[in-house]
Design a protein around this ligand. Structure first.
Ligand SMILES: Nc1nc2c(ncn2[C@@H]2O[C@H](COP(=O)(O)OP(=O)(O)O)[C@@H](O)[C@H]2O)c(=O)[nH]1
Ligand SMILES: [Mg+2]
Length: 206
């Protein structure tokens, strides 16, 4: 079974821990419990008959200093970058988190933006369009979530993990094509390798 590393980043208090708790335990609390220690949970999911072990890494309460442990980001395949619709700063800092991922991960990471706390629309200060535009500019997916609502959270994890599987298959196919090309070259045949076509959902673009 494939095992993948998924991390959540974003400012303090945007709802990262709540999102994880909702996804893994179907629970939500209004209390703010700062995350301490290293938090990693493993959840097994199944996408179209394919099983996947997802390691979900929560930041460990150092978001306020805006520094992230390099180990935390290293080797992550998926990053959920979260902001809170009632907190403009958390939106303005999305770029910072994106850079942080790019600087500390040599591999291609599938990044997406989560606009969280949609249930607090009365206090909304970041318009939906702003979030959508930001994500579109960087060719990332955009999700509107409320950690109170299991469905919107579940949807994110399933969709983004499915994207990962699709990309992985594309890469495998690409490798196969290269191998085949080499073999054909040896035999003197002429073969074109199709593009991987995996430009979207990657944050290695800006
Ligand atoms: N109303 C509402 N509150 C939320 C939501 N997500 C998180 N919270 C609250 O925001 C606070 C911070 O959440 P937490 O998950 O600890 O944020 P973290 O610092 O990013 O891990 C807590 O009081 C949560 O109950 C949400 O979607 N809606
Ligand atoms: Mg937390």
């Amino acid at each position: 079974m494939d095992r993948i590393k998924l991390i959540l980043v974003g400012d303090e208090s945007v709802g990262k821990t709540s999102i994880i708790t909702q996804f893994s335990e179907h629970q939500f609390t209004n209390e703010y419990i700062p995350t301490i220690g290293s938090d990693k949970i493993i959840k097994e999911i199944e996408i179209k008959g394919e099983k996947l072990k997802v390691e979900i890494w929560d930041t460990v309460g150092h978001e306020q200093y805006r520094t992230v442990n390099k180990i935390f980001i290293k080797n992550a395949q998926i990053a959920l970058i979260v902001y809170d619709i009632t907190n403009k700063d958390s939106f303005n800092n999305l770029n910072f988190w994106l850079q942080e991922i790019n600087n500390n991960n040599s591999k291609k990471v599938i990044c997406c933006v989560l606009s969280n706390k949609t249930d607090l629309y009365e206090n909304q200060v970041v318009e939906s369009e702003e979030g959508k535009n930001f994500a579109a500019e960087k060719k990332m997916k955009f999700f509107e979530t409320s950690a109170k609502d299991y469905e919107s959270i579940e949807n994110v994890f399933f969709e983004i993990c499915e994207d990962y599987l699709v990309q992985k298959k594309r890469e495998e196919k690409h490798k196969e094509n290269i191998k085949k090309k080499k073999e054909d070259e040896k035999e003197g045949n002429d073969v074109n390798i199709p593009d991987r076509g995996d430009e979207s959902t990657s944050c290695k673009i800006f």
